[in-house]
Ligand binder design. Structure first.
Ligand code: 5GP
Ligand code: MN
Length: 352
């Protein structure tokens, strides 16, 4: 595998992670498997390599129940729930490590708290267009599947550099966390996962003793009866297929959430389902935000349709080519109207 880090970057990593005594590890708002997997694996790795350091993982807001089993996830502090405590921890930090986000604004108000506190930062990420000049060490690799893949490769390079024994460079739990993030960010290795290195990395994780089939079930087979029925409702009643555009749209209101008893995380993965339709190129999912008067947009595509460009141009967001998101400040009707405009503009990518 081609090295990701230069010798100078490895030295800087070693220096920053060894010298710090109060380390904060952050992730983006709406944490997903990659965010929770990378932060928990990294926190554990740093605690083993720098036992003098106090390490805290901070998430801007809550994460879905189907990620709570991840080793170390129970210790994650939620800024929304413990604002004062988190603020004090950030202000005491002598190192902040941003995982799975390349912009401070992806943490919303927590991003301002971190921005205002002067201390070295490390960025470990795989999103396009990282914010410049916010990290002493910025490791941003948009071609890799996940932040967990970036992190695993960093830890392997450090192992090779320091001559750490093969079997000690990762614990079983760290391997579980890293596999979870790689798996969730690739739809269980069904997209963004055709590079052979990914499978070399998986084999390394398997040698750490992970049970990949159990991890799959822990994440994906966790539906409540309500959730499965809700999914049926969304597909049967709410899915609108725009045949000529090879696109589809589903919308979800907060009233519908209440009707089906939908919990945080219950909508996860729904946006991927319409891509199972033959010829479908773009799936759009609009949902009323539960906390703010805006509509969250999720886009998923196959092949060359640039979801990230559409999200940036129309919905103030971004992401990856085949998976992106953003938001629309307005009513659901206004959001649908804007989506139609966006689809028109991108029609050259969609029609036959
Ligand atoms: P989701 O549809 O699951 O919310 O988001 C899919 C992907 O789009 C995420 O992995 C993330 O990279 C990106 N994304 C979602 N929302 C935003 C946003 O508001 N801004 C940016 N820059 N990226 C987003
Ligand atoms: Mn990610």
């Amino acid at each position: 595998m081609t090295p990701l880090l230069s010798p100078q970057q490895i030295a800087l990593w070693q220096q920053l992670t060894a010298d710090a005594r109060h380390i904060i590890i952050t992730c983006h708002r709406g944490p997903d498997g990659d965010a929770i997997g990378s932060t928990t694996a990294l926190a554990s790795w740093i605690r083993r390599h720098n036992p003098a350091a106090e390490v805290h993982i901070i998430a801007p807001n809550i994460f879905p129940d189907f990620l709570k089993w991840i080793p170390g996830a129970a210790d994650i502090l939620i800024y929304d729930k413990h604002e004062a405590e988190v603020r004090a921890l950030v202000e005491a930090a002598d190192l902040v490590i941003m995982c799975d986000h390349g912009e401070l604004s992806r943490m919303w108000t927590l991003g301002d708290v971190v921005r205002d506190h002067v201390c070295p930062r490390i960025m470990i990420d795989h999103h396009l267009n990282p914010e410049p000049d916010i990290a002493a060490l910025a490791i941003s690799l948009p071609n890799l599947s996940s932040t967990c893949e970036v992190l695993l490769r960093i830890l392997l390079e450090i192992r090779d550099q320091t001559g750490e024994p093969q079997e000690e460079f990762l614990t079983h739990d760290e391997a579980v966390s890293l596999y979870t993030g790689m798996m969730t960010d690739t739809g269980a290795f069904t997209y963004a996962s055709s590079r052979p290195e990914i499978f070399e990395l998986i084999s390394i994780l398997l040698r750490c003793g992970i049970d990949k089939d159990k991890i799959y079930r822990n994440v994906f087979f966790t539906y409540s009866p309500n959730r499965l029925k809700f999914q049926g409702y969304m597909l049967y009643v709410k899915l609108d297929v725009w045949k000529k555009a090879h696109a589809s749209i589903m919308t979800l209101t907060n009233a519908e959430r209440r009707r089906f008893g939908i919990l945080n995380g219950d909508t996860e993965g729904l946006v991927n389902l319409p891509l199972q339709i033959l010829g479908m190129k773009l799936s759009i999912f609009l949902r009323e935000d539960t906390e703010h008067p805006c509509i969250r947009v999720s886009l998923r595509s196959v092949d060359d349709f640039p979801c990230n460009e559409m999200a940036a141009e129309f919905f103030g967001g971004g992401g990856h080519k085949n998976a992106a998101g953003g938001e629309i400040w307005g009513t659901m009707d206004e959001a649908v109207a804007l989506i139609k405009k966006a689809v028109q503009k991108y029609m050259p990518f969609l029609k036959d």
